[in-house]
Design a protein around this ligand. Structure first.
Ligand SMILES: NC(=O)c1ccc[n+]([C@@H]2O[C@H](COP(=O)([O-])OP(=O)(O)OC[C@H]3O[C@@H](n4cnc5c(N)ncnc54)[C@H](O)[C@@H]3O)[C@@H](O)[C@H]2O)c1
Length: 354
């Protein structure tokens, strides 16, 4: 059993990582929740595979649990679905003081977490992430949100879970493409924070070798994320480095209306392109983009797309992190080290487009 603690004063919580932990999930919930009623929010795919099992596991531990299920997919992380989720939670008799479980990938974690943060002005929630991306990234750190027609994650809050329970066994049923998508975020941790971890990932033979060490890898990623979030919960300083590759990546996702690439694939292109740009501008040590290309290709992630930078920049102007025409770009200095640079729209047009 791997246990991490994320220290955020009264909002502190534990992260448990173990193969098969799902079977005894009630034991870990009882450490943070003493009442009986639970609402499980999940999507159709996760429900089909694991929904009834979770309800059974909860019932066996003495809980009364109900399920609220919405259609899988990023296109459903929106206000219409959120409203339906609120109404189903209310109709199921869940009250203030009861518990919500966000059970699924990042879409479920973000939407259900936002529902928890707002329904009845906030009820406690826990995360049981079932995708690689959610296990190494989105379930930790308390960012919850929904998309609007104007862009991704534009409405949300910071709302920490009471515990995160991670069972790597869930990844056995995950589509290979989704595993690779999560890999992009795993690689990101090495690139921005830990050259040894980067080299270790680069040294793995293939995805099979990677999966053999999955518990250790998830722990490493959660450790890095926890350290960063502890220093800057509200994303006004160092936490921004977690957005490495994301400003471009989000723009690529939006350009294709979230249809061409998964989140991780778009981030993969974003990481490579921002590194190339950094080299061009003399911010990034020469040759680093080749190393990034090598590792991304090793895990079959895309690195380039034909979309024009001009088109992406138009989209970035509406990025929620664009404050008065200034965007924080995360540039790589060298593998393991990044710097946050404020770039004005003018500089983007004059320097980045040249
Ligand atoms: N809050 C944060 O800090 C944060 C960080 C990174 C990403 N995100 C968000 O996360 C979302 C992407 O998350 P994701 O990649 O997990 O996507 P996702 O939640 O859409 O899951 C991908 C697909 O896998 C299915 N699935 C989930 N678990 C499964 C399993 N064990 N077996 C089989 N299928 C399974 C889902 O139903 C879905 O079809 C985006 O909305 C992104 O904005 C949030």
């Amino acid at each position: 059993m791997e246990k991490l603690h994320i220290n955020l004063d009264e909002k502190s919580y534990d992260i448990f990582i173990e193969k098969g932990i799902f079977e005894e999930v009630g034991k870990y919930i009882s450490k943070v929740y003493k009442k009986k009623k639970i609402v499980v929010v999940t999507d159709t795919n996760v429900d089909r595979l694991y929904g009834d099992k979770l309800l059974r596991n909860l019932q066996n531990s003495g809980y009364t649990a109900v399920k609220v299920v919405f259609n899988a997919g990023e296109e459903n992380k929106n206000f219409d679905i959120l409203t339906e989720v609120y109404e189903k939670i209310i109709d199921s008799g869940i009250k203030r003081g009861d518990l919500l479980i966000a059970f699924g990938g990042g879409v479920v974690g973000d939407l259900a977490g936002f529902a928890a943060s707002t329904i009845y002005r906030g009820i406690d929630f826990i995360q049981i992430p079932t995708t690689l991306l959610a296990q190494v990234d989105s379930s930790v750190g308390g960012k919850v949100a929904v998309d609007t027609t104007r862009g991704k994650n534009l409405v949300g809050s910071f709302y920490q879970p009471k515990v995160v329970i991670i069972d790597p066994e869930f990844l056995k049923t995950l589509d290979k493409r989704e595993v690779r998508s999560g890999m992009a975020e795993v690689i990101k941790y090495g690139v921005i924070y830990d050259i040894e971890f980067f080299d270790y990932l680069l040294g793995k033979e293939d995805l099979k070798g990677f999966m053999a060490d999955i518990k250790k890898i998830i722990k490493k990623c959660c450790e890095i994320k926890a350290k960063i979030v502890e220093k800057d919960e509200l994303d006004i300083g160092i936490r921004m480095i977690l957005n490495f590759g994301h400003t471009l990546g989000h723009a690529i996702e939006k350009y294709y209306n979230y249809t061409k690439y998964t989140h991780g694939e778009a981030i993969s292109i974003g990481m490579y392109e921002i590194t190339r740009l950094g080299e061009k501008l003399g911010i990034t040590k020469a040759g680093e983009s080749d190393k990034i290309k090598q590792i991304l290709k090793k895990y079959n992630l895309p690195i380039e797309d034909e979309v024009k930078l001009e088109d992406l920049i138009e989209i970035m102007k509406t990025d929620k992190k664009n404050i008065s025409g200034i965007l924080n770009f995360i540039f790589l200095s060298e593998i393991g080290k990044v710097e946050i640079k404020k770039v004005t729209e003018e500089e983007i047009a004059n320097k980045l487009l040249k």
